[in-house]
Design a binder for this molecule. Structure first.
Ligand SMILES: Cc1cc2nc3c(=O)[nH]c(=O)nc-3n(C[C@H](O)[C@H](O)[C@H](O)COP(=O)(O)O)c2cc1C
Length: 191
């Protein structure tokens, strides 16, 4: 049996009832059979980036994030939109995962998505996130773009996704991430 492709999913929201985290739980159910999705749930434990802290050794939650990114075949990020950009907690986590000695985010295979209660569905936040990911020289799925607006109407009280068009586009995104990741793997290290 071939091993499953491992995706590490990161929600940029710390909120218990986060729509972005709900979307990632939906992705776990919608993923292709040969793909597993683990959700990183320690974002709120990561201290604000401080070079002095780093000099003392990576704080435990930051070290855990770095190790899990390194062990993953691909990274899936669900970002809320805060004031037309991504939340500080998510940017902070990315900063911790961007530092040497080894840079866990370097050359990774990424996909991004986002959910908001407004009509725009995190378009602006996702374009900022895409810009940030350029630094890592990785590859980000271009299409489909997944902007989930009016998120409050797309989940039931248990947090399950109830909107079939959203489920369909998530399936397409996960297939695209899988194909991209396999393509990068086939092109070898340093590609
Ligand atoms: C500080 C803050 C700023 C926000 N700014 C925006 C914004 O610029 N655009 C938008 O569509 N929604 C904005 N919102 C609303 C969020 O999209 C909404 O709270 C969403 O549910 C957050 O994602 P979550 O459910 O995953 O926590 C903002 C919310 C907060 C708390």
């Amino acid at each position: 049996m071939t091993e499953k492709l491992k995706i590490l999913a990161i929600s940029g929201s710390l909120r218990r009832a986060s729509f972005n985290t709900m979307v990632l739980h939906a992705c776990q159910k919608l993923a292709p059979d040969d793909v597993s999705i683990e959700i990183f749930d320690r974002l709120g434990e990561i201290p604000l980036y401080n070079e002095d802290l780093r000099a003392e050794g990576f704080p435990p939650a930051a070290a855990d994030l770095r190790a899990r990114i390194a062990a993953a075949d691909a990274i899936l990020i669900a970002t809320p939109e805060y004031n037309h950009s991504l939340p500080g907690a998510l940017k902070n986590a990315i900063d911790w995962a961007s530092r040497p000695p080894e840079i866990p985010l370097a050359k990774k295979s990424f996909a991004i998505l986002g959910a908001s209660m407004g009509a725009m569905g995190t378009i602006r936040a996702q374009y900022h996130l895409r810009d940030i990911l350029i630094f890592f020289d990785g590859t980000v799925v271009n299409k489909p773009e997944v902007f989930i607006g009016q998120a409050q109407n797309k989940f039931n009280a248990q947090g399950d996704l109830t909107d079939e068009p959203t489920a369909n586009i998530l399936r397409m995104l996960l297939e695209a991430l899988k194909a991209q990741t396999l393509r990068l793997r086939a092109s070898g290290p340093g590609a």
